[in-house]
Design a protein around this ligand. Structure first.
Ligand SMILES: [Zn+2]
Length: 318
């Protein structure tokens, strides 16, 4: 085997992880669950896995405008504080380091998509904070400022010419922001499992979006692994397969774990390994193996660390 081909095949087996220490400089007030220690837990989870780290670039205004109007970007820039963090809403805070961290979270998702769609690697993980799946076009929400995964989906289609892309969001909260930002485009399938009824109040099974490309799977509080797996296998995996995506994006929230202080579902770490394997298998069949996963929630540090660990392991198996 030619040496260059050999090196390339090794790289294709490993997982690119996009990340940046700016994630530590987004600092909501003490006691806030979406805290810098979450980033340390993600980094701890990388140990022992075959990953290559890449610095997350800052998303530019041009990068963000496919989902967010310039007026929103300008409003956030004007609001950025010099010292004390300010509340954008009761959940979502802007500290002096927040905008850089949020732009790198979004930039990481975009860079990950670019790397996968240009054939540098088949699998990429975004290990960054703040998360993104609650952000609306012109409004921050639920710890989120920019719709990282929605932006990534748009990039797959707009820049890389993909015909179809799919998103699977297994965070305990409904990915209302992602849904709102992508549901008007029938090329983007959005599938979500989430506790319901629960914050943010959206995500009923009857909401299928204007093109029927939204698949919401609400789960009652206390749902355990077997019922979760059955619901995913019955309602999400067939739709994912039928969509034949060119790339699968994952909103990987680990707050559906039974130890999570915010969520009320009762998943185990092994359930995150299972769903990752199932998604990866479909990507293998239909998307040339291409998966980009973005860490969303997860507020018990040990459950977050272990969840990211099995997620990476499962992404690296195929
Ligand atoms: Zn969540």
């Amino acid at each position: 085997m030619h040496v260059l081909h050999f090196v390339r095949s090794i790289l294709r087996m490993s997982i690119l992880v996009f990340s940046h220490p700016a994630s530590l400089r987004h600092r909501p007030p003490a006691g806030h669950p979406e805290r810098p220690e979450r980033f340390e837990a993600m980094m701890t989870a990388l140990a022992g896995h075959e990953v290559a780290l890449r610095p997350a670039p800052e998303a530019t205004d041009d990068d963000l405008r496919p989902c967010h109007p310039q007026a929103y970007l300008d409003r956030l820039a004007r609001a950025a504080p010099a010292a004390e963090a300010i509340a954008l809403d009761p959940d979502t805070w802007l500290s002096p380091g927040t905008l850089e961290a949020a732009r790198r979270s979004a930039g990481a998702a975009l860079a990950a998509v670019d790397a996968v769609m240009t054939g540098q690697v088949r699998r990429a993980l975004v290990a960054a904070r703040p998360p993104g799946h609650h952000a609306l076009a012109s409004r921050p929400m639920g710890f989120c400022l920019f719709g990282n995964v929605a932006l990534a989906a748009r990039r797959v289609i707009d820049r890389h010419g993909a015909e179809r892309v799919a998103i699977v969001d297994f965070d305990v909260h409904h990915g209302n922001g992602t849904e709102a930002l992508v549901e008007s485009d029938p090329r983007i399938l959005f599938c979500s499992t989430h506790q319901w009824p629960f914050w943010p109040g959206t995500g009923e099974a009857s909401h299928e979006g204007p093109h029927g490309t939204v698949v919401n799977v609400p789960l009652p509080a206390g749902t355990e692994g077997p019922a979760f797996r059955a619901a995913v296998a019955e309602r999400i995996l067939p739709r994912l397969r039928a969509h034949r995506p060119d790339l699968v994006l994952i909103s990987a929230g680990f707050d559906a774990h039974r130890a999570d202080p915010l969520g009320g579902l009762a998943l185990e770490t092994e359930d995150f390994r299972w769903i990752t394997r199932e998604i990866a298998a479909i990507a293998q069949d239909h998307a040339q193996g291409r998966v980009v996963s973005c860490v969303e929630g997860g507020y018990d540090l040990a459950a977050l660390r272990d969840g990211v660990g099995v997620h990476l392991a499962a992404l690296g198996e195929t």
